[in-house]
Design a protein around this ligand. Structure first.
Ligand code: MGD
Ligand code: MGD
Ligand code: SF4
Ligand code: MO
Length: 899
């Protein structure tokens, strides 16, 4: 008898956001794992948000790229065919060598990602910058953290987040600027909420939209898009003429204060001017300024509403100015705090993965180039900055870059002007993509070589979170198929290009030691980023490495804060105040494009959905792409259920959501949907490529746009076991369901005409093997329904009906989960109506326990549970990860006001 040993639990780190929560993964014997929060991890103390908690649902191999693939003949229309590692690596090495020899280092580029591990990132950066002689290595962090990096470097002389998460526990005022932390950094947001409960800390949220985060705030400032620098300039003016001004700190440790104050006074002489330019109530502005001035323990967190702006760096510096002027930096409970997005956005910055950095927080000054060259023993080191992401893809478009390797990012869906990016990719002579999935918008833009990378759970290495804490990601699953870690893939190519001894790594630990050694090389305290104490770490100690905040050098091992007593990394060791330019959005609205299009995230999806999109739990919260519009605009334009949003760069069709939380004249579209998950709802097709002059980060939050109603006469859905391909002119959006896939449909083609597609829809609808199709046709009302059954279970269903009585799938989708349908359930499969006494679940609010809006409303109206705590007790909603607590509160509130 075989006795299967119980699988050990592995400590690892969540692969989603920059909070960097510790995760306990216990693999099962079927390729999956049970997931729990790690109570010993200092970032989350055991908590996980909805995305982290659902990680177990994203481990299946159905969409994975498991073998290297080549497009024969190099044409983008040729089919991809499986190949072996030897041929694939040979193609990549030979192609890069040939193009480098022929056209020089400006003709090649790597485009990397904050979802790579530090070790992967290090090896890719070293190969390109040290051995191929080009600094055309940029990363999706350019779209994400670049303005914070540039702002930190301008103010501090180095890219440093000065504080720690503990500061949020100790702050008395937390300001969130351009951050929807309740949805995007949920575990950290809960930590803030606890601090409010425990210590009465106040929360101010600065965001044009009334987000789930803003709803929780003591004060929400619905700022006019782009105007943050004015608001913080006004704050600087107020701080300067009060006793909160820290003259000692400013005189000893900073320079440039007078010039910054003079500019601030021009931009924001008084509260009335600030209120007028930033579209805020003067009383709110005053309340914010008074609160900030009166509260020494203040942390200002900021994220993409600040960074993703053509003046993002100025916004960052306008915030930092206020902390420098009050000396509120680097001490418990105070400081400016850039929230990083991706799990390893920070690690990428540490290795130098951006085109304007060289390595280990060194840039392109001659002594630094020489130092890195000697450390690497580099034959051909890059001597100047490379192209930043947007410019890199423009160079591809112009045919100047001829070979590109994309790793762990989906630029054809996430870069501004994504339609043009797709077209540009097709021009490449060599286009290599390393990814986890077989199909995404980038791969489908014509990649010639696909390299199967190890995914979360299979790969091993380190990531650094928002507070500079390095944590291990550890493997708990075997490598599937022929997948390999990214560092292994890059090293194998490097060896084939003739650099065998310099890329002779046997493990992630090998790479980490070299990275740590470089950080300490000729450092002696001159550079902030220093992992010297880890440079000789043994394999076993690396495997066991506990989460640790850098610097990690002898004499500084622990949770270090920076700058309480100066010590900046500028030549004179003083911080710089920076005078911001007058704020203005780069793209001006016009008669043709009168709206400002904002883009961002929803609670339960991650970026282009390649992983979160596999989870039925996560899909239930927001199953379809939408555009959010203010009620007055919706009325004026006569918007119905759907709208077309158009900009100078592209267009898309979205479900309309009318919300008073949106400003008049503004639109919001989520970034997640793409060519794999919807027919025509790609946010980045619409976005302008305007970039910040210092950081190169695009203004992804403010593109001039037009919106117009779109009418679909018929609506419905398909439920299938495998994906369903709707006809080309239908609108559709796809979502994972337990046991299958749901496709939401809208069409102008009469439902009965869809009958022709039923066979394709119901894959196993083959009477000979016992499948049967049942149909319901009502030509007068325009209703068509079909369901197919095989061996007693539901194989698929297609429901279409008039738009004003659109069929709902709530009751019927659960049938996909049943192994055997009884007579009632079979009737239900064709009627779609819930049986008496069963409440329709509606859109899922609590992802952890699958509790829908319908059920929550029913509990409130029946008075079974009328507040958030009681709902938790009765339905469990909100009692696990807490991501839905802000929404539960709103639902309770709405009912209280309605009744
Ligand atoms: N659920 C979920 N969480 C995520 C991610 C995800 O995909 N899904 N991605 C992760 C990543 S990589 C990142 S970078 C972070 C991003 O985290 P956030 O930055 O919090 O998220 P966003 O939704 O991009 O944008 C934040 C807010 O900026 C506001 N904003 C727009 N313009 C302005 C402006 O001019 N001024 C101000 N003050 N605000 C403005 C928007 O209305 C929006 O609510 O989230 C991380 N966490
Ligand atoms: N309009 C607009 N555009 C935006 C933003 C916005 O707010 N508005 N936000 C920007 C921001 S902040 C970000 S961070 C980007 C994110 O945009 P992307 O990075 O393009 O989005 P992802 O879906 O995370 O893409 C990651 C890809 O890498 C693969 N992958 C995951 N893990 C690994 C791995 O370990 N190895 C390899 N080789 N592949 C892996 C996944 O399958 C997926 O295909 O989008 C940016 N674009
Ligand atoms: S907050 Fe959620 S997504 Fe972010 S690291 Fe923690 S569990 Fe993962
Ligand atoms: Mo990001």
């Amino acid at each position: 008898m075989n006795i299967v040993a119980p699988s050990p639990t592995v400590r690892t780190t969540c692969p989603y956001c920059g909070v960097g929560c510790g995760v306990l993964a216990t693999p099962d014997s079927a390729g999956g794992a049970t997931i729990a929060g790690d109570e010993a991890h200092p970032a989350n103390h055991g908590r996980l948000c909805s995305k982290g908690a659902a990680l177990g649902e994203t481990l299946s191999l159905g969409t994975r790229l498991l073998h290297p693939m080549l497009r024969k003949g190099g044409s983008k229309d040729a089919a991809l065919a499986r190949t072996d590692w030897d041929s694939a690596l040979g193609q990549v090495a030979e192609g890069f060598s040939r193009i480098l020899e022929r056209d020089g280092p400006n003709a090649i580029a790597f485009y990397l990602s904050g979802q790579l591990l530090t070790e992967d990132y290090y090896v890719a950066n070293k190969l390109m910058k040290g051995f191929l002689g080009s600094a055309n290595v940029d990363t999706n962090s350019r779209l994400c953290m670049a303005s914070s990096v540039a702002g930190h470097r301008r103010a501090f002389g180095a890219d440093i987040v000065p504080g720690l998460y503990q500061d949020l526990d100790e702050a008395e005022l937390i300001v969130l600027a351009g951050s929807n932390a309740a949805w995007c950094h949920p575990v950290l947001f809960r930590r803030m909420q606890e601090s409010r409960r425990a210590r009465g800390a106040k929360l101010v949220v600065i965001d044009p939209r009334r987000t789930a985060t803003a709803e929780e705030a003591d004060l929400h400032l619905p700022i006019r898009p782009g105007m943050d620098a004015t608001l913080f300039a006004g704050l600087l003016v107020r701080l300067a003429d009060r006793d909160t001004f820290d003259r000692r700190y400013v005189e000893r440790y900073t320079s440039g204060f007078e010039a910054a104050l003079a500019r601030a006074t021009e931009l924001a002489p008084d509260i009335a001017t600030v209120a007028r330019t930033s579209g805020l109530d003067a009383a709110d502005v005053r309340a914010f300024y008074d609160l900030f001035a009166a509260t020494p323990r203040v942390v200002t967190c900021y994220s993409q509403g600040v960074n993703q702006s053509a003046q993002g760096t100025d916004k960052v510096n306008a915030i930092i100015n206020c902390h420098l002027a009050t000396g509120r930096i680097g001490r418990p409970g105070m400081g400016p705090f850039s929230l990083t997005g991706q799990p390893n956005a920070m690690g990428g910055r540490e290795v130098g993965g951006l085109a304007n950095q060289l390595a280990a927080h060194m840039s392109f000054s001659p002594p630094e180039i020489d130092r890195v060259r000697r450390f690497w023993n580099a034959p051909r080191i890059a001597t100047h900055e490379g192209l930043k992401a947007v410019q890199m893809f423009e160079a591809i478009e112009r045919g100047e870059i001829k070979a590109l390797w994309v790793m762990a990012t989906n630029p054809a869906a996430s870069l501004p002007r994504a339609g043009a990016v797709r077209a540009a990719l097709a021009k490449l002579e060599l286009f290599v993509a390393s990814d986890n999935v077989r199909s995404n918008d980038t791969v489908n833009a014509g990649a010639h070589v696909l390299l199967p990378a190890a995914a979360w759970g299979e790969k091993d290495g380190t990531v650094t979170n928002s507070e500079r804490r390095i944590s291990r990601q550890r493997a708990f699953l075997p490598l599937p198929g022929e997948a390999r870690p990214d560092w292994w893939i890059v090293s194998a190519v490097a060896r084939r290009m003739g650099f065998a001894k310099d890329f002779d790594y046997a493990s992630a630990a090998d790479v980490f030691r070299e990275h740590a050694a470089l950080s300490a090389f000729e450092n002696d305290g001159a550079r902030d980023f220093d992992l010297g104490a880890l440079a000789a770490i043994e394999d076993a100690a690396y495997d066991a490495l506990a989460p640790v905040v850098w610097p990690v050098r002898d004499g500084a091992n622990g949770d270090t804060r920076f700058f309480a007593e100066g010590g900046f990394f500028t030549p004179d060791r003083k911080a710089r105040f920076v005078a911001p330019e007058a704020p203005a959005l780069r793209g001006a609205t016009s008669e043709l494009y009168p709206f400002v299009l904002n883009t961002g995230r929803v609670r339960d999806q991650w970026h282009t959905m390649t992983r979160s999109g596999l989870s039925p739990r996560l899909g239930a919260h927001t199953p379809e792409p939408f555009v959010e519009v203010h009620p007055a605009d919706a009325r004026r334009i006569g918007l119905g259920d759907f709208a077309r949003v158009e900009t100078a760069h592209g267009e898309g069709v979205f479900r309309v959501r009318v919300s008073a939380g949106q400003q008049a004249g503004a639109l919001f579209v989520p970034i997640h949907w793409n060519g794999e998950t919807a027919s025509s709802s790609r946010a980045c097709d619409l976005v302008a490529p305007h970039t910040d002059p210092y950081s190169g980060q695009p203004e992804s939050k403010a593109t001039p746009a037009a919106i117009a109603p779109v009418a679909f006469a018929w609506r419905g859905f398909a439920l299938t076991r495998a994906s369903f391909v709707p006809p080309p002119d239908a609108w559709w959006a796809r979502v994972a369901l337990t046991g299958g896939i749901g496709t939401l449909l809208a069409t102008n083609e009469r439902p009965v005409l869809w009958r022709d597609r039923v066979a394709a829809l119901l894959r196993s609808a083959d009477r000979e093997n016992g499948s049967e199709i049942a149909e319901y046709i009502d030509t007068r009302r325009g209703i068509y329904r079909a369901a197919s059954f095989h061996a007693g279970r539901l194989e698929g269903a297609l429901f279409l009906g008039p738009a004003d009585a659109a069929p709902q799938w709530d009751a019927i989708k659960a049938l996909l989960e049943l192994a055997q349908l009884g007579a009632t359930e079979r009737r239900l499969a064709l009627s779609g109506r819930a049986a008496d006494g069963i409440v329709e679940t509606g859109p899922v609010i609590c992802a952890c326990f699958g509790v829908g809006l319908g059920v929550i409303r029913e509990a409130i109206t029946s008075r079974a549970a009328t507040n958030v705590e009681a709902i938790g007790k009765a339905l469990r909603a909100g009692t696990n990860c807490g991501s839905c607590l802000p929404e539960l509160k709103r639902i309770v509130h709405e009912h209280a006001h309605a009744s």
